[in-house]
Design a binder for this molecule. Structure first.
Ligand SMILES: [Zn+2]
Ligand SMILES: [Zn+2]
Length: 374
């Protein structure tokens, strides 16, 4: 049974050339393999492209209108291998050998999907922790408003490429292990589209898109981390021929903070205490991201101990709650003592029986080191 080429394009017999082109253009935008990754779409695109070829070539269309199939070159020949196959048939065989492809068959669409874009956004720690909204300026390709992507000057239309007669591909003879064979490649004149634009749009030069600078507000959720990317769908570059825009990725770059370092949802900071304060205990006031916090330093606090302020860290991005703020305590040993201070410390040492100290070994049991110092 002959293929319903009109039906494939959603048209009926007697459709005008303009209707056929419009229908094909619309379908190709949705189905082109560069735009639509669905394998079913690729097959549909090939069918639609074939229908377009059949209906835009007057000779082929005459065959269609007579109820025949212009691509059916005498029944049996296509299934029977070499017999009766013309150059096109041999090309198909080469495609089967070299994996060339069905994808290159027929003119490809001028319209292709746009690329993704990446932009870096520098943020301070309080912005990544609490979230913010920032305006970013991006320089990308946008749809040409003069031709709305068609690439043609006002009042003009694309014409069929004379190099490939609108097929979008050219054939050349090559030598291979099968002998002389015909290889098919995209037409260099029209880049495989089968059409050329005789009078390009003066604004975009025929590309269907122009570069423009835009400002977009970006909502940064609370708890993002350095290196994370926020995706803004459809804010990337518009594709050639006005194809669908790619996505814009905003990569977070967190500026180092003077006081806090970040480890995921936890924040860390270091406080230095005089030896006396560590021994006697004290209260510290610390400027956290949430404002001032009183920290209670218990008497006898050791250097290297860590105080945890619960839920004063960064929010968890995909859960509730917040991480902790870890305060690392460092006890400072005085380096310059005047005579009176030294005297007091010596008295203290004597009182504590530490004037001839036995340093504890790292195993905590007074091992090797204590013996060395005696
Ligand atoms: Zn334009
Ligand atoms: Zn061409």
């Amino acid at each position: 049974m002959a293929t319903d080429y009109y039906g494939l394009l959603g048209l009926t017999r007697g459709a005008s050339d303009t209707d056929i082109k419009k229908a094909y253009r619309r379908l190709a935008r949705d189905l082109h393999p560069d735009v639509n990754p669905d394998p079913g779409a690729k097959e549909r695109f090939q069918e639609v492209s074939r229908a377009y070829q059949a209906l835009t070539d007057p000779e082929k269309r005459r065959i269609v209108d007579l109820g025949g199939d212009p691509f059916d070159s005498g029944s049996g020949a296509s299934a029977g291998g070499f017999g009766g196959a013309g150059f096109g048939g041999l090309g198909d065989i080469m495609d089967a050998f070299f994996g060339g492809g069905a994808a290159t068959r027929g003119p490809r669409s001028r319209v292709r999907a746009g690329g993704d874009a990446l932009i870096r956004l520098d943020l301070d720690l309080d912005e990544t922790v609490f979230g913010t909204t920032k305006d970013i300026t991006v320089d990308t390709a946008v749809l040409c408003d003069a031709c709305t992507g068609a690439g043609t000057a006002p009042g003009t239309h694309p014409t069929t490429c004379v190099t490939c007669s609108g097929r979008g591909e050219v054939q050349s003879v090559q030598r291979s292990f099968l002998g002389q064979v015909v290889a098919t490649r995209p037409c260099p004149t029209c880049a495989g589209t089968g059409q050329v634009i005789p009078e390009p749009c003066p604004k975009c030069g025929g590309d269907g898109r122009v570069r423009a600078r835009r400002t977009i507000p970006v909502k940064v959720p609370a708890g993002v981390e350095d290196g994370m990317r926020i995706r803004l769908t459809g804010h990337g570059e518009v594709g050639p021929g006005g194809g669908p825009a790619g996505d814009l990725y905003v990569e977070i770059a967190e500026r180092p903070h003077d006081v806090f370092t970040r480890d995921g949802e936890d924040l860390h900071c270091r406080v230095t205490l005089p030896m006396t304060a560590a021994a006697l205990g004290t209260t510290l006031t610390l400027d956290t991201l949430d404002g001032q916090e009183e920290i209670d330093i218990r008497p006898g606090t050791q250097s290297g101990s860590v105080l945890t302020l619960r839920a004063k860290g960064a929010p968890r991005l995909r859960a509730t709650g917040r991480g902790n703020l870890m305060v690392h305590v460092e006890v400072e040993t005085p380096t310059r003592l005047d005579a009176e201070q030294e005297k007091l410390l010596r008295e203290l040492a004597a009182l504590r029986g530490e004037d001839r100290p036995a340093a504890a070994g790292t195993d905590g049991h007074g091992g090797l080191f204590s013996r060395l110092f005696k």
